[in-house]
Design a protein around this ligand. Structure first.
Ligand code: F6R
Length: 232
């Protein structure tokens, strides 16, 4: 696992944006897996400023809240606002976890597809953030390392952490659909973005500590192609 400590949030954002740019330029038909939350906001701004050609890129979001998707807090609204409406990506090429979950997984794998665009098998590049409880996507502590896309109950800590995006903590959805840890681990390359001292301790536990389902991100130690980017 390559661990890179960057000077500040600007450098974190531009470094990861450069990785996405390289991937898209090298392979315009790339399948990307994308996060929401505070951490990637600067990276999306950097990416938009690069004016890349997104017309052949296919994206999959890691997770969605179970909520009305037209509300501004939905991850569908977040992606439209921060990336999709600011690029030339085709609406049909951006996917959020959907039911039946096996069909969503098939779309990632590229199996059972008649879509000629769907030429690569699996996710080429997966960008992740980490929750203060060690979650990746919405795989909360205790999630099986073999888990696939599914409906989950959000951890109390996640609800508290994400209350900042809502009017009150009671307004935060309690359920979500998330890609599983097994789904994420099938990605060819994984980049973990971590911003801020408050995440340092959980990051250290995840990347240097024991590999345990109590810290879902610790599964990344088993992946052959993971890069971690951290700034204080
Ligand atoms: C969101 C996601 C989550 C976040 C994590 C960190 O799509 O997958 O795992 O990456 O909760 O969120 P921030 O960046 O807001 O601290």
């Amino acid at each position: 696992m390559k661990i890179n400590v960057l000077k500040n949030y600007k450098e974190l954002s531009s470094t990861v944006a450069d990785i996405v740019e390289t991937q898209i330029k090298k392979h315009p038909l790339s399948k990307l897996c994308l996060p929401t939350g505070s951490t990637p906001l600067g990276m999306y701004d950097e990416l938009v400023n690069k004016k890349l050609d997104w017309k052949s890129v296919i994206t999959f979001n890691l997770d969605v809240y179970l909520m009305n998707i037209t509300r501004p807090q939905s991850y569908q609204s977040y992606m439209k606002k921060n990336l999709f409406d600011r690029t030339n990506i085709y609406p049909d090429h951006s996917h959020f976890p959907f039911r039946p979950f096996s069909a969503f997984e098939d779309k990632i794998d590229g199996t059972n597809q008649t879509d000629f665009m769907n030429t690569t098998m699996g996710i080429d590049l997966c960008i992740l953030g980490i929750g203060s409880n060690g979650h990746i996507a919405f795989n909360e502590p205790g999630s099986s390392f073999k888990s696939r896309t599914r409906l989950v109950n959000l951890d109390e800590q996640t609800i508290i952490d994400n209350a900042r995006f809502f009017d009150s903590v009671d307004d935060v959805p309690t359920q979500a659909i998330t890609m599983g840890l097994g789904t994420i681990m099938d990605s060819k390359k994984i980049v973990l973005m971590v911003n801020g001292l408050k995440k340092k301790s959980i990051l250290n536990q995840a990347i240097l500590g024991i590999i345990t389902e109590d810290i879902p991100a610790s599964i990344l130690q088993k992946h052959k192609n993971v890069e971690v980017y951290y700034c204080d």
